[in-house]
Design a protein around this ligand. Structure first.
Ligand SMILES: [Zn+2]
Length: 137
């Protein structure tokens, strides 16, 4: 992205140089044609200035494009951070350690096999399902 900006900068300098060249050639033409024909000399000067206008306009537009590039780069960076955060969150969820082993303080019924388990146990004696205060109130 930074290289694009640099290339744009060089191109801009070339465009401005071309614009200046147009004016300079117009001025040279003005002095050259001054001895020949005053009308042609002014035509050359005016033509040189007018011809340089689109170059300056282009250079100005390139500034806008560079700003847009910068904005896009910023937005891309923000999006990247957001996706990174989201990815990090999902990673956290998947890599989160399992619930710590809970031990029942009283008799509890297994939700899977309906076995009544003794107090002080953390697994179902029949199917081995873990006791949880959330699912085994
Ligand atoms: Zn069970």
């Amino acid at each position: 992205m930074k290289q694009t900006g640099k290339r744009g900068g060089v191109l801009k300098k070339i465009i401005i140089a071309l614009a200046i060249l147009n004016i300079v050639s117009g001025v040279f033409g003005f002095f050259f044609l001054l001895s020949v024909n005053i009308f042609y000399s002014f035509l050359s000067l005016g033509g040189g200035i007018i011809a340089s206008v689109p170059y300056f306009a282009l250079a100005g537009a390139m500034d806008d494009i560079e700003v847009l590039y910068e904005e896009q780069r910023k937005l891309k960076g923000q999006l990247h951070i957001m996706t990174d955060l989201m990815y990090g969150q999902t990673q956290l969820q998947t890599t989160a350690p399992p619930f710590p082993k809970e031990t029942s303080r009283r008799v509890w019924e297994c939700v899977k096999c309906k076995t009544i388990n003794k107090a002080g146990t953390s697994d179902c004696s029949h199917c081995g399902a873990k006791y949880s205060s959330w699912i085994n109130p």
